[in-house]
Design a protein around this ligand. Structure first.
Ligand SMILES: [Fe+2]
Ligand SMILES: [Fe+2]
Length: 187
């Protein structure tokens, strides 16, 4: 049901308990749009300039396809599809941006993988650009270290092959809606 109830304050310090009386319908309305909003971000990666061999949208679809083909669970496929959405606004810290957007809807493990995938991906090319490819070693003691190594190796770093049979976004849409739609979300 669409709600039109609005608070009446002009300054927060003058708001009343009535202004803050919980109204979950706004939350429900916004959650309904969330999958489409995030997939719209993903589609923007088609337009982003990149020196890589494949645009970020096709790379994301291939990363997700590789996770799917590997028999990964919904959440692993979900983060494979969306791990680079932070690139819409930032290259340098795109891992952290994507991780923050997805944080409420995924497990600690998945969040950690998305948040650190940039550094772990560095293992495959940073030695070509004068950076330390082993920078990921600083996280060796983390319980999610091995999972992040595996995820990057099997899905992310291999997903630049124009000849890999990659599935379209429509194929992954139900997974995106399922993960965003499940409640309570993992913490
Ligand atoms: Fe990335
Ligand atoms: Fe990536």
């Amino acid at each position: 049901m669409t709600t039109t109830k609005k608070a009446t304050y002009t300054r927060m310090d003058q708001s009343t308990p009535e202004d803050w009386a919980s109204d979950d319908s706004y939350r429900e309305q916004n959650l309904k749009h969330l999958p489409d909003s995030v997939m719209a971000m993903l589609k923007q990666l088609r337009e982003k300039a990149t020196g890589e061999s494949m645009n970020g949208y096709d790379h994301s679809l291939q990363t997700a396809t590789r996770a799917y083909d590997d028999g990964a669970d919904d959440e692993t496929i979900f983060i494979a599809l969306l791990h680079d959405i932070g690139q819409v606004v930032s290259e340098e810290n795109h891992s952290e941006v994507a991780a923050a957007i997805l944080r409420p809807y995924i497990s600690d493990r998945s969040h950690w993988i998305v948040q650190h995938h940039g550094i772990f991906q560095g293992y495959y090319f940073w030695h070509h650009i004068g950076k330390d490819r082993n920078a990921r070693d600083a996280y060796r003691d983390n319980p999610y270290f091995d999972a992040c190594v595996q995820w990057c190796d099997k899905y992310d770093q291999r997903a630049f092959d124009p000849n890999y049979p990659t599935k379209p976004l429509e194929f992954f849409e139900p997974i995106v809606r399922r993960v965003f739609g499940r409640e309570p979300w993992p913490t």
